[in-house]
Ligand binder design. Structure first.
Ligand SMILES: Nc1ncnc2c1ncn2[C@@H]1O[C@H](C[S@+](CC[C@H]([NH3+])C(=O)[O-])CC(=O)[O-])[C@@H](O)[C@H]1O
Length: 354
């Protein structure tokens, strides 16, 4: 129910789903569940850090934003920032560390204008991942997202979701169960503000803090569904593919990006214990096997558009993510292997039709 304590982001999400429901009744089921999804993320019993994250986002200052370029590799909020706003904003954003997916920049170039003494340098959130590099590998193969309704499953901080809106998507819904990433999205959204309403006159980019499995199964709401960096975390890859398919309209497009290994249609690696130190990695197929999985799950026109080995320049420790990163997870004597002896991370992007 709409009530007084609802945030602006929540209100816009309700309105978007309400509008969707007028065209596609399955969105009513989302509306029914939304209060539960949104209150769970605020519950200290589920997420001990939730109140602290919320407080950090709530205390972010209001800046004079000149413009926002959602289609830039460093997702840039051009705003005027004085020294005290710079200090306050940096400190609050650092309370939302680790920042893994980005990069973002808040602030503009310091020019030699009249208030030079006052104006602070931009804040550059140098994230662990160069998510822009992934986007550059994927975007050329997407065709036009203009006017499309898009779901980004496992969207992290929302970096790619913003880029989807930046290329003209009509509506973007990001889902991810991470409480931290949800609040990172809300922090960036605070600064993006009404720039997100560009072209459509209403807010286009939304975030629901739930896993894919929590969504109503056969919503058929989206023209494009992205699942990037999620499949290998799933115990049952076929269930994941079915759930993705259930969110697509007939003829809609799936963009699937996941870890792969070299090999033929019968090659699949199931790491016995950890993979690159991650303890939640299950199935790493070859590209040929993955094409077979997508076809078995009922997708057609399946094509692999990109394969890339992840470099230690793309995923690395930064000032905004100070824990171990890829370089620490590879064999120090042979960077083609993980420290467990498996092939080093290589990722493929596949596109398929429902
Ligand atoms: N069942 C689930 N449903 C939805 N999200 C999930 C689920 N399980 C985990 N996640 C979320 O999926 C994301 C995986 S990261 C990819 C981010 C971005 N897409 C990227 O392509 O850079 C992995 C990577 O960095 O490789 C995390 O944010 C999880 O919380």
């Amino acid at each position: 129910m709409l009530n007084d304590t609802i945030t602006h982001a929540e209100r816009e999400l309700y309105l978007t789903l309400l509008e969707l429901a007028q065209q596609q009744p399955s969105a009513y089921e989302w509306l029914t569940q939304l209060p539960i999804w949104l209150s769970d993320i605020k519950d200290k019993a589920n997420y001990a850090h939730a109140p602290a994250y919320q407080a950090s986002v709530a205390r972010l200052p209001t800046l004079a934003v000149d413009n926002v370029d959602l289609d830039s590799n460093i997702l840039t909020i051009n705003a005027r920032l004085n020294q005290s706003q710079h200090k306050q904003t940096t400190a609050l954003l650092k309370q939302l560390m680790p920042w893994r997916k980005g990069p973002f920049q808040i602030g503009g170039q310091v020019d030699s204008g009249q208030d030079e003494g006052q104006q602070a340098a931009p804040i550059f959130i140098d994230t662990e991942w160069h998510s822009d590099w992934k986007w550059q590998r994927v975007a050329p193969h997407l065709g036009n997202l203009k006017g499309r309704r898009v779901l980004d499953v496992g969207g992290g901080s929302g970096y790619h979701g913003w880029r989807m809106a930046g290329t003209g998507a009509d509506t973007v819904i990001i889902i991810d169960p991470s409480c931290l990433f949800y609040h990172q999205f809300m922090a960036i959204r605070h600064f993006v503000g009404s720039a997100d309403t560009h072209e459509t006159g209403r807010y286009r980019t939304h975030y629901i803090p739930v896993p894919l499995e929590a969504l109503p199964e056969h919503s058929q709401l989206f023209d494009t569904v992205f699942s990037m960096g999620v499949l290998y975390h799933r115990l049952s890859p076929f269930e994941h593919l079915q759930q993705l398919k259930g969110q697509l309209v007939k003829g809609g497009e799936l963009v699937l990006e996941t870890l792969v290994i070299e090999g033929d249609a019968n090659t699949v690696l199931v790491p016995h214990d950890r993979y690159a130190q991650m303890n939640n990695v299950y199935f790493l197929p070859s590209v040929a096997a993955l094409i077979g999985w997508l076809e078995k799950a009922g997708f057609s026109d399946v094509r692999c558009v990109d394969v890339a080995v992840t470099s230690i320049e793309e995923q690395r420790k930064t000032e905004w993510m100070t824990y171990h990163s890829l370089a620490d997870f590879l064999d120090p004597n042979d960077s083609t292997k993980t420290i467990e002896g498996y092939p080093a991370p290589m990722r493929a992007t596949l596109i398929a039709k429902k």
